[in-house]
Ligand binder design. Structure first.
Ligand code: FES
Length: 130
């Protein structure tokens, strides 16, 4: 695992979102009313930079002739084809089996860190094998 500082907590709370590059990966870091999530900036549909999409709520299931709006500031809408994802869980609203790729987040001393798994060892490049 490797831990990378990506933002100050106050900075993220004010901006709501920050897209960073860590070890060559673009990652969107989101403030959700006190919780922080980190998602890879690649849409599972066709690889758009999903973390640059609009953030809003969405229409909730409701009865005929009723309109119910909810999940305000929790829905990320992909800029290319409009797929919507729950920023708290990373799940697609239309198909919860489709998800954004997420990373662990740690908050310490007013700083936000993203934790990335170790890179997979490539054949012939394993450390300490000579
Ligand atoms: S690339 Fe995101 S919805 Fe198509």
């Amino acid at each position: 695992m490797s831990r990378h500082r990506v933002a100050g907590l106050d900075e993220l709370a004010e901006a709501g979102r920050k897209v960073v590059t860590v070890r060559g990966l673009e990652i969107g870091v989101f403030w959700l009313d006190g919780e922080v999530r980190a998602w890879r900036n690649v849409c599972p549909h066709a690889a758009a930079p999903v973390c640059l999409g609009t953030i809003s709520g969405t229409a909730l299931p409701s009865g005929v002739y009723e309109y119910s709006y909810g999940l305000e500031r929790r829905v990320l809408r992909c800029p290319w084809h409009g797929w919507e994802f729950d920023l708290l869980t990373g799940a697609s609203l239309a198909d919860p089996g489709v998800r954004l790729k997420g990373y662990d987040v740690e908050i310490e001393g007013g700083d936000v860190f993203v934790v990335l798994p170790n890179r997979a060892a490539r054949p012939g490049h394993a450390s300490g094998t000579r």
